[in-house]
Design a protein around this ligand. Structure first.
Ligand code: NAD
Length: 273
């Protein structure tokens, strides 16, 4: 909570989900399955890893921050999480992730992402563009490329990519971020179409506002600012990372059996406007 407060100007969401909804979950949708989750040391990735473990799965938890990852992994039951400190932009790191996963990879959640530059196009540097596209889009491509061979061999697999409200339309987030998240939608649809006959499903989740470590654009995170009000009015509610994990694991699991190539908004209704 302190991290969220620090990066998001004091904004903490009111949890509008029905009280106790998480405690009532009893499904074992990931029994015996191995799922790779990137961005697992924080926010949505961490909540997704936690939900998968809670439902019987083994998680290969990937994050660039070795320190945060170790702390998070220590909180999971012995043997259920393999922590791999890795940068999704580096192929050698991805090779280590695949080696850690072993022969069987049932699923991949591409959650790692950054949003740290809110420049308009005419002020966007090459460095920002390459860095944001490199992590948010090329990283998703590289991980997908790495897991597909074993999924093809198994004749099944499920991949969930994290896009954004910013992947659906023009957005107050930075230019490179908005483009990267549109790219994730394109990659999702392309892969879904390509592997549909071979049992691999590829879907995307498009979160609205979620209280995590990732910063909101400055003009929406100024607490008490008049400029925050239209943003708050536009978003029915800020979600928690656990609410996003519920959407991601729905698509990752066999519950999503007939869903392929979909981009599921998980935003409390923001995108219907
Ligand atoms: P977060 O900052 O809490 O978590 C992101 C994690 O990704 C961090 O642990 C970070 O260390 C890791 N990461 C960053 N670069 C990496 C790299 N090169 N290799 C491996 N790991 C790396 O943020 P979050 O809100 O949980 O974000 C998760 C995803 O959700 C992102 O793709 C983000 O764009 C997307 N998203 C978030 C929101 C929101 O409001 N929080 C809204 C829409 C989309």
């Amino acid at each position: 909570d302190d991290l969220v407060r620090a990066v998001n100007g004091g904004v903490i969401p009111e949890d509008t989900a029905p009280a106790g909804w998480q405690e009532r979950i009893t499904q074992g949708r990931f029994d015996g399955k191995t799922i790779i989750v990137t961005g697992a040391a924080s926010g949505i990735g961490r909540a997704t890893a936690s939900r998968i473990v809670r439902e019987g799965g083994r998680v290969v938890a990937v994050d660039i921050s070795a320190e945060k990852l170790e702390a998070v992994a220590a909180g999971f039951p012995e043997g259920r999480v393999v922590a791999v400190a890795a940068d999704v932009t580096k192929q050698a790191d991805i090779d280590r992730v695949i080696a850690a996963a072993g022969d069987r990879i049932d699923g991949l959640a591409n959650v790692a992402g950054i949003n740290d530059d809110f420049s308009p196009i005419h002020e966007t540097s090459d460095e920002t563009w390459d860095r944001v596209i490199g992590i948010n889009l090329t990283g998703v491509f590289r991980l997908t490329r790495a897991v597909v061979p074993s999924m093809l061999q198994a004749g099944k697999g499920s991949i969930v990519n994290i896009s954004s409200e910013a992947g659906l339309r023009g957005n107050a987030s930075g230019n490179a971020y908005t483009v990267s998240k549109h790219g994730v939608v394109g990659l999702t649809r392309s892969a879904a179409f390509m592997y549909a006959q071979q049992g691999i499903r590829v879907n995307a989740v498009a979160p609205g506002g979620v209280a995590t470590g990732i910063p909101f654009p400055p003009h929406v995170s100024e607490t008490g600012s008049a400029r925050l009000q239209p943003f708050q009015a536009a978003i029915p509610s800020l979600a928690t990372a656990e609410q996003l994990a519920a959407s991601i694991t729905f698509l990752l699991s066999d519950d999503g059996v007939n869903i392929n190539g979909a981009v599921l908004p998980s935003d409390g209704g923001w995108s219907v406007q």
